[in-house]
Design a protein around this ligand. Sequence first.
Ligand code: AMP
Ligand code: MG
Length: 280
Amino acid sequence: MGTLIRIQLFAPNQRQAESAFRAAFDRIHQLDEILSDYKPNSELNAICRSAVGQPVKVGDDLFRVLVASQQLAEESGGAFDITLGPVIRLWRSARETRELPDAGALWNAGRRCGYRKLHLNAIDHSVTLDRPDMQLDVGGIAKGFAADEALKVLTGLGIHSALVAASGDLAFSDAPPGKPGWNIGMPDRVLSLSNAAVSTSGDSEQHLDTNGRRYSHIIDPATNRGLTTGIGVTIIARRAIDADGLATAVSVLGAERGLELVKKHPGATAWIVFPDAGRR
Ligand code: AMP
Ligand code: MG
């Protein structure tokens, strides 16, 4: 998933801590093999080739991520869209070459996208794609899912106080021993939280600066362009899969429509920040 994962946990002894770390990182590695769009043979990339015009059954992990993604796509009016792969790849190369993607190439890539071109069958857990040249990208939701799953492995091993951090996506269980909660930095304060998840989306780490503008790695499907609003979104939710997906979706929707979306998710809270005046 192209990121560093950090796990902090409290265990009765070193041996249990070590085997818990190993099990949690094994689970993350397993999910990376399934969900990565960088690995040609990930299950995600394999269905982009095999599920064209015909249903292909997928494993539980991939299916869960796809269901959550399509739900969020519907709820957000398509602002969250995991079929944006072709456009996302153009912006990824643009960040390397530091040149804006070609308008014609963007337009062509855009025709290969659209969440309605991806179909899920809940009965047999199969996936069908409408076009042969589609590319799925779950970068906006998979890290949250992986954090949830790693935490679940730890809980299953009797480790009840742990934190899994997949860059901006955190999932944590009970408070550290003797503490009221995990200290989690919010844009305006530090909160003490337990048994929750926090995700932050923004343009501070991945962006393209050119022509006096900063283009985020988050794409607005309405324009196929990286966001230039400078918005930063932090979401607290029960599960990191929800926090992660919502943070990306709200970034695209902006404050007003974004908060409408968050209200539909009981238990979710959003912080939205815009950059200092002067930055475009
Ligand atoms: P995050 O850091 O969770 O906000 O995710 C950003 C990543 O999500 C990007 O690097 C892309 O892989 C992917 N992405 C970009 N734009 C969108 C979008 N509109 N909907 C869903 N995923 C997106
Ligand atoms: Mg996200």
